[in-house]
Structures are given as structure tokens and as C-alpha cells.
Design a protein around this ligand. Sequence first.
Ligand code: ZN
Length: 258
Amino acid sequence: MFIDTHCHLDFPEFNQDRDQVIQRSRDNGIDYIINIGSSLSGSQKSYELAQKYDFIYATCGIHPHEADKADEKTLGSLWEIAKEDKIVAIGETGLDYYKNYSKPENQMSLFISLVKLAKEIDLPLVIHSREAQEDILKVLKSSLSLKAVIHCFSGDADFLKDCLDLGFFISFTCNLTYKKAENLRNLAKVTPLERLMLETDAPFLSPEGFRGKRNEPLYVKNLAQEISRIKKISVEEVARITTENAKKFFKLSDPALS
Ligand SMILES: [Zn+2]
């Protein structure tokens, strides 16, 4: 059993064959998909996917890239989606000082608002952090305690340690399979399996062998394979524990029971 805890099946890259991609994931042993909202319309579409498929859950959030465009009205509408059934987290949210598509001060105020929302409605956070680890920690530490996963982990060893000390989860993507990802593999090695989750971030970051092509949830298995190699345990063990982690973190109910 595998869970892709972070993908964007609402993106236009899937407009031609979305249902087939979802069916292919299901047929290949992906038992749950968490579709991540990264804008107001993306959150709405993620919610619609969760309504359509019993094994898809959704989050609602606004990516830091979109921060310049987010106003009070956007936040109000997001708040409404957040209360819906099958919305299992707030995010993605965070800071991206690498691309800086939105002004840092706007990213910061949006991030603070979404952390507040998550706390108020008692949902975990899906965090995007790119070259912003100090500010990410500053914000999160100021509103403890909270549940969070640092998605597509790309920080250094100190940031990893701080996040683990704060009880956060770490999720790696298929970029862990890249030849030059030795540094990332070393960080995965020291992350306890009990604190690790798997994600594809599809349509982005296809695994080695598929680079340049569109990523899909089923490739979460390539990532599991890589982690089993790094940690010298079976793929079944990686699947079992990361699935358990994700089910607890997002409070997923068993589709067979619903
Ligand atoms: Zn993402």
C-alpha cells in the first residue's frame, strides 16, 4: 500500500487524461492520493477531485508564489473550503526566496495567516520552504504546538534536525533518485522512517529515467525503492510505515469503511 501525499492532479498538465492517470495510480497500488491546493481555484478543484474519488483527499492553500495576488477575499473563500469534508490539511503554504515570484513581505503575511487558519480549525500544515528555512522556523516556532510536514525537503542538516525536534514530518520527492542528489540521500538516511512520508509533487520532479516527462502518483514507488536502498530495508517496510504515518498525519479514514 502506497500513499502519494502531495501531488497536483488539478494542474492543466492533466487536462487531457486526468481520469486515466487516477485510474492508473489506483491499478498500480496507490491507495490514497492527497491532492494539494496551491491557489484558491486549485483548492476548489482539489476539493472537487476528493468529492469524485473516494481514495483522493484534498488540502487547501495558497503557494507563496501566489502571495502577491492573495487578498482578504481570497482568504475568506479559502476558509470556507477548509471547513469541508475530506479537506485534510492547510497548504501548501510557506516561503520561497529562491524564485521570489511574490514579494517576501507578502509571502510572509500570507504564510502567517494560513498558519493561523490551520491552528484555528485544527488541521495540519503542508509547508513549502525554499531557501527560507530561518524564516519558516521563526513563524512555525512562534505558533507551537502544531502538526506540519516539510514537503519536498531541500534544507540542510541543521534545518532537518530543527524540524524533527519540533515533531514535524519530512517528505521527500522523486528528486531523491537523481544521480546528483547524494546530499539529499544523506538527509533521508538520518530521517527516522517513523517521521517520513512519500510524495511525487506530480506533475513536477519525475524520477530518474523519466526526467523531463510529466510525473504521476504511481512513481511514488520509485521513490520508495530509493528509500529502501538508502535505509537497507524492504520496500514493503517503507510502504507500510510511510502509509501508517500519512494515515495518522492526515487522519485518513479507511475507504472500505466509508
Ligand atoms: Zn507542490
